[in-house]
Design a protein. Structure first.
Length: 457
């Protein structure tokens, strides 16, 4: 089969060489964007009088037929035609005759492929943002039900201070909020048209780049044709934003996994988001959370992959850049899937409030209360820390907790301690009293929930 670019060649590459160079196996995912880009380009060529209107109509008609076939999944792509651009151009020529060959006037595959990628990511990033927001809504709903659910808060995975369980869940809300902001902000750099940059130097035809950009719904055009065809920053940025999102999901997944263990038992995942074991009949595994934790690795890999591909490439387009695609497609697929699954998992999980309650009543996470109590009565905090530490040690030796220690024993360490200490040490009080801005106090958590709602409004 002769190549669309075959004029200066005396012999063709062997099939296995074509196979190695081809991207059609994966860039066929750009079929809609490629057709969209071609429609805009040829429409602009007509408006500018570069092509006669009759030719434009024929080409638009042919592109429309290909679009219908693409929607019905009826297009048959071939490695012999290398990539999505040449496959579609060849199909167009086969369909409407040599006039189809006019489509590529004033255009190169270099600005064409960049245009496709911008169009593709613009749509997908909007989808990602939508799913993040959906997940945030679910988190908010769970949090609203657990403002007064007391839970142990951790540092170093050791019991630290009692918290409102809503506060813990909402920490993830704010991470997602930042993710959403990053994706939204990046749209500014995705929403730019490279179309009309040609191979890299622009074109001699009197094209109207602003027109084709407008037809495609782009907010702006690249100012420099060389930058336009060699820029892949917007994809790196997408992979970087996605890596951070996956880091957040992975941390949350780790907590879901821990909380589901018999040792914690803080939550139970719905059967619909769990799996069994082929040998151990009792098992209910948090596979989906583990998989999300694991999939963060491939997204980081995709980011490192593209950064590495780009680092040594001279201006402008180089075939290396064909390697930008699979990692991007894979990341879109992974991130959309992970967000959907996580949302469902959190929406359907059962929070074991009794277990959280008993956990927080059988630990020393209220020790800071005693130290703060003494400090509020004028004892230097460092001294108060020491006194409390000694009382904790006494309790450990006796196998009891601070609330079980008789007043007389406490007073052996400090006479500042009075009967009211027992109300101060209650975990509910410990949470309630942390009323500093952004703290876990119930009032603060309620303020936080309002702030979160305003973000979603
Ligand atoms: N398949 C190519 C890619 O994805 C399209 C651009 C090819 N341009 C070229 N001059 N070979 O990068």
């Amino acid at each position: 089969m002769t190549k669309l670019w075959g004029g200066r060649f005396q012999k063709s590459a062997e099939a296995w060489v074509d196979e190695f160079g081809a991207s059609i196996g994966f860039d066929q995912q750009l079929v809609m964007e490629d057709l969209e880009g071609s429609k805009a380009h040829v429409t602009m060529l007509g408006i500018q009088g570069i092509l006669p209107q009759a030719d434009v109509e024929l080409i638009l008609n042919g592109l429309q037929q290909l679009l219908v076939k693409a929607e019905a999944d009826e297009l048959e792509f071939t490695v012999a035609n290398e990539d999505i651009h040449l496959n579609l151009e060849k199909m167009l020529i086969d369909l409407i005759g040599p006039v189809g060959g006019k489509l590529h006037t004033g255009r190169s595959r270099n600005d064409q492929v960049a245009t496709d990628m911008h169009l593709f990511l613009k749509k997908r990033v909007a989808e990602v943002i939508g799913l993040i927001e959906n997940f945030q809504k679910t988190l908010l709903q769970q949090a609203e039900q657990h403002v007064e659910t007391i839970a142990p808060g951790y540092t170093h995975l050791q019991r630290a201070q009692p918290i409102s369980f809503a506060h813990h869940l909402m920490a993830y809300f704010w991470m997602l909020e930042r993710d959403k902001q990053r994706y939204s902000e990046s749209l500014k750099r995705i929403d730019i048209s490279p179309l009309g940059a040609g191979a890299m130097a622009g074109t001699t035809f009197p094209i109207d780049r602003l027109k084709s950009a407008e037809l495609l719904g782009f907010a702006d055009v690249y100012a420099n044709s060389m930058d336009a065809v060699s820029d892949r920053d917007f994809i790196v940025e997408f992979l970087s934003n996605s890596s951070l999102l996956m880091a957040h999901l992975s941390r949350f997944a780790e907590e879901i996994i821990l909380w589901s263990t018999d040792e914690f038992k803080f939550i139970e995942l719905d059967d619909a988001f769990s799996t069994g074991s082929s040998i151990m009949p009792q098992k209910k595994n948090p596979d989906m959370a583990e998989l999300i934790r694991g999939k963060s690795g491939r997204v980081y890999g995709n980011l490192m992959g593209l950064l590495t591909v780009l680092k040594g490439t001279p201006l402008t387009y180089n075939k290396d850049m064909q390697e930008d695609k699979e990692g991007m497609f894979d990341t879109v697929h992974t991130v959309l899937g992970a967000l959907k699954i996580f949302e469902g998992m959190v929406a359907t999980m059962t929070v074991n409030t009794e277990r959280l309650h008993s956990a927080v009543h059988s630990d020393f996470s209220n020790a800071t209360e005693l130290a703060d109590y003494l400090a509020a009565k004028g004892m230097p905090f460092r001294e108060a820390h020491e006194v409390t530490g000694k009382l904790v040690f006494t309790c450990i030796q006796r196998g009891i907790y601070l609330l079980d220690l008789p007043l007389a024993d406490m007073q052996k360490e400090s006479l500042l301690i009075e009967e009211d200490i027992y109300t101060v040490l209650a975990p509910e009080a410990a949470v309630r009293r942390r009323n500093s801005l952004g703290g876990t106090g119930f009032e603060q958590v309620k303020i936080q929930l309002e702030k979160a709602k305003a973000c979603l409004a």
